[in-house]
Design a protein around this ligand. Structure first.
Ligand code: AHM
Ligand code: MG
Length: 335
């Protein structure tokens, strides 16, 4: 039998390698993994439990319809994390303001930012969805988390990760110490087991691009030319790329991480800042992408250097194999 490494053991082993790492931080990741198991259980039962699928009838801070499972995942994340004593506050894609830690609990020195269930419009049709999270250190004085603690550049993240609820449930994370580690949930024992140690984006990558091409006519000429260069046109053969787009960021990114290629959510005429959120979507996936040897850009600057202007700031996003992200930047400049 090969070595069995649970996520808890892995976190402890990593800590031994880095004596500066504090136990509190490890137990924070442990709590995220617990929340992921609970959300995974519910996602897997989605077709069977009444009142869990479908919309709540509300719209969230982004103006999007809230799915019942969005609400559920949000509650699970908050309940799993609020009492641990490690956090000074939380921020969620589903909440307009900072989520404070209740007075009855101790406060800690970290901020947790998360998208509880990304791609939730795919829930009802059994397409993979995910949870994304990011951890920052508290930087402002005082016990309560403030906007200054939340609005930090991605470069300052201490850890980031995602969970993909797919044909199996996987948790992938990285920390400031580097290395991208992937765990698969064994539902029979309820443990995440190390299945993808030290993930690196393959080089050479697969010739795959991922973008919602329905928005082609709204893109800048540079963006259009880049996609034409990859896939060809009626008159030019192009580089022979194929396209894969699920429309569920975690799944599209997971494929890009494991096989290489490029994921894009560009700005366009109707969404000048793009659609994806810097704090809960772009920055955590950018940290993972860079730690796996890839690049993440807004088309001009590294995502990890962007300082968010607000909790729900959006950004264009280019993620994946380094050379392809650099090619996209060059095409956008030239276009
Ligand atoms: P959500 O956070 O409301 O679920 O929206 C984000 C999702 C991403 O998962 C995905 O990459 C994108 O929206 C797809 O958008 P589009 O349908 O415009 O291609
Ligand atoms: Mg989202």
């Amino acid at each position: 039998m090969t070595k069995l490494v649970t996520i808890d053991r892995h976190i402890i082993d990593q800590e031994r390698l880095h004596p500066g790492a504090s136990g509190r931080f490890s137990s924070l990741l442990y709590d995220v993994a617990l929340a992921a198991k609970i959300i995974s259980r519910e996602v897997n039962m989605a077709g069977l439990i009444e009142d869990i699928m479908g919309k709540t009838g509300d719209t969230n801070v982004q103006g999007e319809e809230v799915q019942r499972l969005d609400d559920y995942a949000q509650e699970v994340m908050i309940k799993a994390m609020d009492h641990s004593g490690h956090l000074c506050c939380m921020v969620s894609e589903e909440c307009e303001d900072i989520i404070p830690i209740p007075e009855k609990f101790k406060k800690g020195k970290y901020v947790l930012l998360f998208d509880p269930l990304d791609g939730s419009s795919n829930i009802d049709v059994n397409v993979s969805i995910g949870t994304i999270f990011s951890v920052h250190r508290k930087v402002s004085p005082g016990e309560d988390g403030t906007l200054d603690d939340c609005l930090q550049a991605g470069r300052k993240q201490l850890a980031a990760g995602y969970v993909v609820y797919g044909s199996s449930t996987m948790l992938v994370y990285t920390t400031e110490y580097g290395g991208v580690h992937g765990f698969t949930l064994d539902p029979s024992i309820g443990e995440f087991l190390l299945s993808h140690p030290d993930i690196r984006i393959p080089d050479p990558p697969s010739k795959t691009y991922s973008v919602n091409e329905a928005y082609f006519s709204r893109w800048s000429r540079g963006q259009q030319q880049f996609v034409e260069q990859l896939r060809g046109t009626a008159n030019e053969p192009g580089l022979g790329f194929r396209s894969r787009y699920i429309g569920s960021l975690v799944s599209d990114f997971h494929r890009t991480l494991l096989t290489g290629g490029i994921f894009m959510y560009p700005r366009d005429r109707t969404s000048p800042e793009g659609k994806l959120r810097l704090l809960y979507e772009a920055a955590p996936l950018a940290m993972i992408c860079e730690a796996a040897g890839g690049r993440a850009s807004d088309g001009d600057r590294d995502i990890l250097d962007l300082v968010p202007e607000g909790l729900h700031a959006r950004t264009p996003l280019y993620l994946g194999s380094s050379d392809l992200v650099s090619m996209a930047e060059a095409a956008l400049k030239a276009g």
